[in-house]
Design a protein around this ligand. Structure first.
Ligand SMILES: [Zn+2]
Length: 62
């Protein structure tokens, strides 16, 4: 069975990150730091590393 719930929440999260990206570059919304670097990419996602808290997050490429 296709995990629809997981897909929807994942999509919502990436949309939120996309909005942040369009406003003022890439930043990690959890700590609002703008000191992020490109980490790697996987399929349609670009992963970033937040140098402030050492966490990675991904943004959908469009
Ligand atoms: Zn951070």
């Amino acid at each position: 069975m296709f995990p629809i719930k997981t897909f929807v929440s994942e999509r919502r999260a990436t949309n939120l990150l996309a909005q942040v990206r369009w406003r003022n570059g890439v930043s990690y919304p959890r700590c609002r730091a703008e000191s992020v670097i490109r980490y790697d990419s996987y399929r349609v996602f670009q992963r970033y590393l937040c140098k402030n808290c050492d966490r990675t997050f991904k943004v959908a490429l469009s």
